[in-house]
Design a protein around this ligand. Structure first.
Ligand SMILES: Nc1cc(-c2ccc3cc[nH]c3c2)n[nH]1
Length: 243
């Protein structure tokens, strides 16, 4: 997978080259290129923003600079790219989104700042039949798109074959079966007077699986009843319903 990121703060994306993601890049599983939007400015001040039409607070990012940047970065590789625009006004980015994008050949992230990017940049890309997804990583407002890109790239890249040491980790993720993950434990058996649940040390794998499923159902019902309500009819078996 090729990942391009366009931003006025390239340094914000440095964490993508650390740890697991850094190893995925070194292993050739991911090609990452971060581009400074100011490369495509033409004025001495390298202006990327201007006052909003219609008034209001803050500034809006200029379409000319973004248009040239997008055209140039898209042209760097012939593979079709999904253009991703992080915005509080976007469709929710979920584990299902990450799963879907993990099958893409190329992702191109555009990091807005100020009050966002002139809408015509998205409109122009869409009318050229480019895939453009405006997405939100949650119902809170950040100062720019860079942090959202860190989140989304990590969620997607960890799903690529060969990235996680144990692929089963991704298969047993929270949300992978529509439920939240239950609690996890490791040694010591007793820590500050708190013991690991006996069932987990029983060696009875059927009982352990049932216990884990019950804890996942319990946690989901308590913390995210919306996820429970959204489960497909056949997602819960009789044992689940008995819980
Ligand atoms: N989910 C979420 C996205 C954002 C976001 C994304 C881009 C920009 C550009 C300027 N402010 C931004 C905020 N906040 N929260």
């Amino acid at each position: 997978m090729r990942i391009d990121v366009i931003t006025i703060f390239p340094g914000y994306l440095a964490p993508l080259r650390e740890a697991l993601l850094g190893r995925a890049i070194s292993a050739g599983l991911v090609d990452l290129a971060v581009h400074d939007l100011r490369t495509w400015t033409r004025d001495v001040h390298q202006a990327v923003d201007d006052a909003p039409y219609g008034g209001g607070p803050g500034m809006v990012m200029r379409p000319q600079v973004w248009g040239e940047a997008l055209d140039a970065v898209l042209a760097l590789d012939e593979r079709p790219a999904r253009i991703v625009v992080p915005t509080p006004a976007g469709r929710p980015f979920t584990q299902a989104t990450a799963q879907a994008w993990s099958g893409d050949e190329r992702l191109l992230f555009t990091c807005g700042r100020y009050e966002g990017i002139d809408q015509r940049v998205v409109d122009d890309a869409r009318r050229r039949d480019l895939t453009v997804d405006e997405v939100s990583i949650g119902d809170y407002v950040l100062v720019g798109g860079e942090v959202a890109v860190l989140v989304m790239v990590e969620a997607v890249v960890r799903l690529l074959p060969g990235v996680l040491g144990n692929p089963a980790s991704a298969e047993q993720d929270s949300f992978s079966d529509g439920l939240l993950e239950g609690p996890a434990f490791t040694r010591p058996e007793v820590w500050r007077g708190l013991a690991v649940p006996d069932v987990l040390r029983s060696g009875n794998h059927a009982k352990i699986a049932r216990w884990r499923r019950d804890r996942a159902l319990e946690r989901t019902a308590e913390r995210r009843p919306d996820l429970l309500a959204a489960l497909p009819e056949d997602a819960l078996d009789d044992a689940d319903r008995a819980f």
